[in-house]
Design a protein around this ligand. Structure first.
Ligand SMILES: *[C@@H]1O[C@H](CO)[C@@H](O)[C@H](O)[C@H]1NC(C)=O
Ligand SMILES: *[C@@H]1O[C@H](CO)[C@@H](O)[C@H](O)[C@H]1NC(C)=O
Ligand SMILES: *[C@@H]1O[C@H](CO)[C@@H](O)[C@H](O)[C@H]1NC(C)=O
Ligand SMILES: *[C@@H]1O[C@H](CO)[C@@H](O)[C@H](O)[C@H]1NC(C)=O
Ligand SMILES: *[C@@H]1O[C@H](CO)[C@@H](O)[C@H](O)[C@H]1NC(C)=O
Ligand SMILES: *[C@@H]1O[C@H](CO)[C@@H](O)[C@H](O)[C@H]1NC(C)=O
Ligand SMILES: *[C@@H]1O[C@H](CO)[C@@H](O)[C@H](O)[C@H]1NC(C)=O
Ligand SMILES: *[C@@H]1O[C@H](CO)[C@@H](O)[C@H](O)[C@H]1NC(C)=O
Ligand SMILES: *[C@@H]1O[C@H](CO)[C@@H](O)[C@H](O)[C@H]1NC(C)=O
Ligand SMILES: *[C@@H]1O[C@H](CO)[C@@H](O)[C@H](O)[C@H]1NC(C)=O
Length: 383
C-alpha cells in the first residue's frame, strides 16, 4: 500500500463496539438501504495472465447490493479470511500496527435468501471500484458498504500480481508486489498495470451483462483512482469517475476523456496538500479535462486535514477496534488524524450524489454546486 507522507497526531478516541464473543462489528452504512455481499471468482478465458503466462487471468470480486430493510435478515460475516488476515498482519506489522485484530472484524450484511446469488445486473445503478497499489479490495469493503447503502450496487475488483494478496475459493493464493513504482521518470511498470486494470474492469462489466448501451460509474482509492481514469479512456460504458487521492499516470494525462456520443464526467477528490496545484500529474490531468469538449462536468474537492489514509478501511478498523489512541506516529500516518465516521459520512453523501447526477437520475445536488453548511470541512478547490 502507498503509505502517506503526513505525520499528524490525534486526540480523538473512539468507542469500541466489541461484542461478547470478541468480534468487532463494522457499522452499517448511513443510507436507506441495507446491503448484501457476495464474493466470486471470475475467469477470463480470453486472456493469459499478463504477469504469468502459465495460466489465464483469474480475478476475485466482491459485490455489495442495496436491499430494502424489510427484506433483510441481518447476519455477520468475517471481514477477512484467516489467510488474508494473516498476510495483512504481517504487512501492517511493519508499520507498527498490532496483529490479530483484523480477523475479528465482522460485516453486518443481509442473508442472501432475498437475493438470487447470481452475478447478473439488477435494478440499482452499478459502480465499479478499484483499490490502491498492492492493496486488497477487502480493505475497502466498509467504505463501499456505506456507498451501496445509498442505493448503488458496488463491485470491488482485485488485480492479481498487483494486489498484495488474492485468495481464491479453492485456496489458491496469488501475491502482489509485481508493479514497480516509477523510478527516474520511468513509469512503464505502473502504466502497464493500469492497462491491465482497465482490461480487468471491462471484463468484469462484460460478465455482469453490462451492454455497450448501458452506463455505469467507477471510483477508486489511490492507484485505483488512477485506474478509474484509465478505464474511462478505454471504455465508454463508464459515464463518470471519482479518483480518491491517487497520483495519475499514462495516456490520461494528455488524452481527452469522453466523446460526442458518450460524454464523461470526473471528480478529483484529494487530501490536505495533495491537489491539482501540488501534484503535477493532477495539474496535467485537470488541464486535459478542461480542454476536452466531451467532459461535461469536472470538479476538484477536498476535506480539510484529511490524508491519503483517510479513505481506506484501516481508518475504520482502528476506530472499531478502539486502538486509534494507542497508535504510534508511524501507524497513525497510515490512517490520518480524522476518524472514519466523518469521512464515511461525507463520501457517502457526495459520491452517490455525483453518480446519480452523472447518470441522469437526479439534478445536481446543492452539495456539488458550492459550499455546504452541513459539510463545512468539504472544500471545492476547482470547478
Ligand atoms: C457475536 O455476538 C454478537 C452479539 O453479542 C452477535 O450479534 C453476533 O452474531 C456474534 N457473532 C458471531 C460470529 O458469533
Ligand atoms: C505462475 O503460475 C504458476 C501456476 O500456474 C505458479 O506455479 C507460479 O508460481 C506462478 N509464478 C509466479 C511468478 O507467481
Ligand atoms: C420485500 O419486502 C416487502 C415488504 O415486506 C414484501 O412485500 C416483498 O415481497 C419482499 N420482497 C422479496 C423479494 O422478498
Ligand atoms: C440464512 O439463510 C440460510 C438459507 O439460505 C438459512 O439456512 C440460515 O438459517 C439463514 N440465517 C439466518 C441468520 O437467518
Ligand atoms: C506488497 O505486498 C506483498 C505481498 O504480496 C508484501 O510482502 C509487501 O510487503 C507489500 N509491500 C508494501 C510496500 O506494503
Ligand atoms: C523502465 O522500467 C522497466 C521495469 O519497470 C524496465 O523493464 C525498462 O527497461 C525501463 N526502461 C528504461 C528506458 O529504463
Ligand atoms: C502525450 O504525451 C506522450 C508522452 O510525452 C506523447 O508521446 C504523446 O504524443 C502525447 N499525446 C498527445 C495526444 O498529446
Ligand atoms: C494545494 O495544496 C497546497 C499545499 O498544502 C496548498 O498550499 C494550496 O493552498 C492548495 N491549493 C488549494 C487550491 O487549496
Ligand atoms: C486541522 O488541523 C489543525 C492542526 O491540527 C487544527 O488546528 C484544525 O482545527 C483542524 N481543522 C479541522 C476542520 O479539522
Ligand atoms: C492502550 O494502551 C494502554 C496503555 O498501554 C493499555 O492499557 C490499553 O489496554 C491499550 N488499549 C488498547 C485498545 O490496546
Amino acid at each position: 500500500m502507498l503509505l502517506p507522507f503526513l505525520l499528524l497526531t490525534s486526540t480523538l478516541l473512539a468507542r469500541t463496539s466489541q461484542t461478547e464473543n470478541g468480534t468487532f462489528a463494522l457499522p452499517l452504512g448511513r443510507g436507506p438501504f441495507r446491503t448484501s455481499l457476495q464474493h466470486a471468482e471470475l475467469v477470463d478465458n480470453s486472456r493469459l495472465d499478463p504477469w504469468n503466462a502459465s495460466h489465464v487471468r483469474r480475478l476475485m470480486i466482491s459485490r455489495f447490493d442495496p436491499v430494502p430493510p424489510a427484506n433483510c435478515t441481518s447476519i455477520e460475516v468475517p471481514y477477512l479470511t484467516p489467510r488474508v488476515a494473516e498476510e495483512e498482519d504481517e504487512i501492517l506489522g511493519g508499520y507498527d500496527y498490532p496483529t490479530g485484530l483484523w480477523e475479528k472484524a465482522r460485516l453486518q450484511v443481509c442473508n442472501m435468501t432475498y437475493m438470487e446469488c447470481s452475478m447478473a445486473k439488477r435494478d440499482a445503478p452499478i459502480a465499479m471500484f478499484s483499490a490502491g497499489l498492492n492493496t486488497t479490495r477487502l480493505f475497502s469493503q466498509s467504505l463501499v458498504q456505506e456507498i451501496a447503502s445509498h442505493g448503488l450496487t458496488v463491485v470491488l475488483v482485485d488485480h492479481p500480481y498487483d494486489t498484495d494478496i488474492v485468495e481464491f475459493p479453492n485456496g489458491d493464493v496469488i501475491f502482489g508486489n509485481h508493479v514497480k513504482k516509477p523510478e527516474n521518470g520511468n513509469s512503464s511498470s505502473v502504466e502497464f498495470a493500469l492497462e491491465v486494470r482497465a482490461q480487468d474492469i471491462s471484463f468484469v462489466m462484460d460478465t455482469l451483462g453490462i451492454s455497450s448501451d448501458d452506463k455505469v460509474v467507477m471510483f477508486g482509492h489511490s492507484f485505483g483512482g488512477a485506474a478509474t481514469a484509465t478505464v474511462m479512456l478505454h471504455d465508454e460504458r463508464i459515464r463518470a469517475g471519482v479518483n480518491i487521492d491517487g497520483m495519475m499516470f499514462g495516456p490520461v494525462l494528455n488524452t481527452s476523456l469522453g466523446s460526442q456520443s458518450d460524454p464523461q464526467a470526473f471528480l478529483l477528490w484529494g487530501s490536505q496538500g495533495h491537489n491539482t496545484t501540488e501534484d503535477a500529474t493532477w495539474g496535467d490531468f485537470w488541464e486535459t479535462l478542461k480542454g476536452s469538449s466531451y467532459v461535461d462536468w469536472a470538479k476538484e474537492f477536498t476535506i480539510v486535514n484529511s490524508t491519503h489514509g483517510s479513505a481506506w478501511d484501516l481508518n475504520m478498523l482502528v476506530d472499531v477496534t478502539g486502538i486509534r489512541g494507542n497508535l504510534s506516529e508511524l501507524a497513525l500516518s497510515g490512517v490520518g488524524p480524522i476518524p472514519a465516521a466523518p469521512i464515511w459520512n461525507i463520501l457517502g453523501r457526495y459520491i452517490p450524489a455525483f453518480f446519480r447526477f452523472a447518470l441522469g437520475l437526479e439534478p445536481e445536488d446543492e452539495i456539488l454546486q458550492g459550499p455546504s453548511d452541513e459539510f463545512p470541512d468539504v472544500l471545492i478547490l476547482r470547478q
